[in-house]
Design a protein around this ligand. Sequence first.
Ligand code: NCD
Ligand code: ZN
Length: 347
Amino acid sequence: MVTVTKNFEILQPDDWHVHFREGDMLHMVTNYSSRINNRCIAMPNTIEPITNTIKAKSYKKKIEQASKYNFNPLIPCYLTENLDSNDFRLGLQNGIFFGAKLYPTNATTNSKKGITDLSKIYNLFEILEEENSPLLIHGEKVSENIDIFDREQTFIDEELKKIRNTFQNLKIVLEHVSTAYGVNYIKENKNIAGTITPHHMLLTKKDVFFDDKINPHHYCMPVVKNETDLIELRNAASQNNNKFFLGTDSAPHHTRDKTYDLSSKPGIFSAPCSIELYAEIFEQENALDKLETFASINGPIFYGLPINSSKIKLQKKEWIVPEISRYKDIEVKNFYANKKINWKVAN
Ligand code: NCD
Ligand code: ZN
């Protein structure tokens, strides 16, 4: 029986999947994440993707400079079919890259330069394995004949199983796992973990797809699925399984890029309320005492990094998530806009 119901503390979390973007957007969003987390994996799908060490160093510096708080952005290399493999290896060896991110071509925002034929980058997987660096995967197979709801399962069956069998010592993270099938695959295989977003534990496809339009503020990749998937994700996160950890996939887009059809940019901006939403979900699962394991312990253990030693305090306190985040010309609709949350991080 869970007894925690009032204020409580947890070890400082890390966000193992977040989009900081560039320019004014970067300035607007960075502190939402750095106010809470010690480390964040800053996804490399910027407009010019982070494909070499020079770009990675400069991007890391920009994020650090935008933050009011001390924190550590980690930058994975964006994998392409014509990467400079020497620069890649050196970047991993010198800690400039934190592993690498695989985006299948056109699977999501800024993935045009991603990978169409995975066999072309098996040499890069080999380097990752040799350098004991993680492979972070956007696990969706995209083609005209694959239904949008089947992309994750098809990727696992047709691509991930092959990678897993070929590089058995390679640490893999199936990012923003969205299906019961994906959860089970992670549970049953070695050296693979998954990040879970708040929105995949709060929404189903009924919240996104309507007869002739979509709700673009609930539209993300991978798209949210069925109730049965949502339940499996909630169980995986909240039942102390060490293969699952926090990755918000907070992915801001300007409101003008959010249209009410499938041409909308996918991505949900949850950073202003992400840890609070996780607390809300864990409370609903009667598992607030497991939040720390998911948010602050499983990630560093999987990645072989130290667990943070400072703490953050969560207060039981109702607040309403503001509708919009604004900075200069930037305007982004917040996830959970105008809704009530029962938890708030103390300053
Ligand atoms: C992300 C983005 O906007 O960069 N979008 C999304 O729907 N999740 C990219 C990604 O993580 O797939
Ligand atoms: Zn993402």
